[in-house]
Design a protein around this ligand. Structure first.
Ligand code: ADP
Ligand code: ADP
Length: 246
C-alpha cells in the first residue's frame, strides 16, 4: 500500500465568537484544506507547492498529526490515523519534521547533543544508547564532534539545519515532512543540505513530503508535485508534467 493516503480530507478552523468575519456574517469557519485526495508512495518525494495561505502547512500538519482532519481519512502504512491524543509513541516516531527556520525549530537553551537526544529521551532510551545514537546521527548529517556541546546560536545556519535533520531522523521515521527546509539558508548552503537530504533518503529509505515555494528546489528534489490553490489540490503529477503546461 502507499505509505500515506489522504481520502477526502478537509480541515476547517472555527472562528471564535466576535471575530470580524463572524460580526460581518461572512463565514463561521475557515476552510484551510478542502476535500484533498493524495497518496504518497514509500520512498518517493512529493513536493507541496502553492501560494502563501493555500493550506500547505495545514496539510503537512494533518499528515504529521499535529492537526486532526474535520472530515475525511488519513492512513499511514495502511492504518487509519486517529486524533492526536490517541497517538502512541510508535505512531509519533514514524514521522519526522524539519522546519523552515532552523533557529526557531531548535531550543536555543539546548546543546546540539541534547537537542538530538531529546526525542530518544522521550522515547525511553537510556543514556548509553542515546549517546551512541547521537554520535552516529551527527556523523551521518556531517556535524563535527566538536559541535556536540555547542548551542544553536554558535553554529552557522547550515550546521543548525543539519542538527534539525539529525533530530528529525533520530527515531528512524519512515516519513519526513520538510517545511521549506532550505529557504532560510544562503543559496550556497542550500544545495549541500538538499544533497544531504537526498543521500539520507537513499540510505535510510525515507519518504519525503516537502513544502517549497522554490521551483529550483522542487525540480531538484521532487518525484511528483502536488499543486494547492485556496485549500484544494488542483493537480498532482511528475515535475516536468506539472511545470511544462502552457
Ligand atoms: P507559511 O506560509 O510559511 O506556512 P504561515 O504564516 O501561513 O506561514 O503559517 C505559519 C504557522 O502559523 C502555521 O503552522 C499555521 O498553521 C499557523 N497559522 C497560520 N495562519 C494562522 C491563523 N490565522 N491563526 C492561527 N495560526 C495560524
Ligand atoms: P500555507 O502553509 O500554504 O501558507 P496554511 O496552511 O498556513 O497555508 O494556511 C491556510 C489557511 O488556514 C490560511 O488562511 C491560514 O490563515 C489559515 N490557518 C492556518 N492555521 C490556522 C489556525 N491554527 N487557526 C485559524 N486559521 C488558520
Amino acid at each position: 500500500p502507499p505509505l500515506v493516503e489522504l481520502e477526502a480530507v478537509s480541515k476547517r478552523y472555527s472562528l471564535s465568537e466576535g471575530t470580524l468575519e463572524r460580526l460581518l456574517g461572512t463565514e463561521e469557519s475557515l476552510r484551510a484544506v478542502t476535500d484533498v485526495d493524495l497518496t504518497v508512495q514509500s520512498g518517493e518525494t512529493v513536493a507541496l507547492v502553492g501560494e502563501s495561505g493555500c493550506g500547505k502547512s495545514t496539510l503537512a500538519n494533518l499528515v504529521t498529526g499535529l492537526e486532526t482532519p474535520t472530515e475525511g481519512t488519513i492512513r499511514f502504512d495502511g492504518r487509519t490515523v486517529g486524533p492526536a491524543a490517541e497517538r502512541t509513541h510508535d505512531d509519533l516516531a514514524a514521522v519526522g519534521v524539519v522546519f523552515q527556520d532552523p533557529r526557531s525549530s531548535l531550543n536555543p537553551r539546548l546543546t546540539v547533543e541534547k537537542a538530538v537526544a531529546e526525542p530518544l529521551h522521550s522515547h525511553g532510551w537510556n543514556r548509553e544508547r542515546r549517546e551512541a545514537r547521537v554520535q552516529e546521527l551527527l556523523e551521518q548529517v556531517g556535524v563535527p564532534d566538536r559541535h556536540a556541546t555547542s548551542y544553536p546560536h554558535e553554529l552557522s545556519g547550515g550546521q543548525v539545519q543539519r542538527v534539525a535533520v539529525a533530530r528529525a531522523i533520530a527515531l528512524e521515521p519512515r516519513l519526513v515532512v520538510l517545511d521549506e527546509p532550505v529557504s532560510a539558508l544562503d543559496v550556497s548552503v542550500q544545495a549541500r543540505i538538499l544533497n544531504l537530504l537526498a543521500d539520507l533518503q537513499a540510505e535510510l529509505d525515507l519518504t519525503y513530503l516537502c513544502i517549497s515555494h522554490d521551483l529550483g528546489v522542487v525540480e531538484h528534489v521532487a518525484d511528483r508535485v502536488a499543486v494547492m490553490y485556496l485549500g484544494e489540490l488542483m493537480e498532482v503529477g511528475p515535475v516536468d508534467h506539472v511545470f511544462d503546461q502552457p
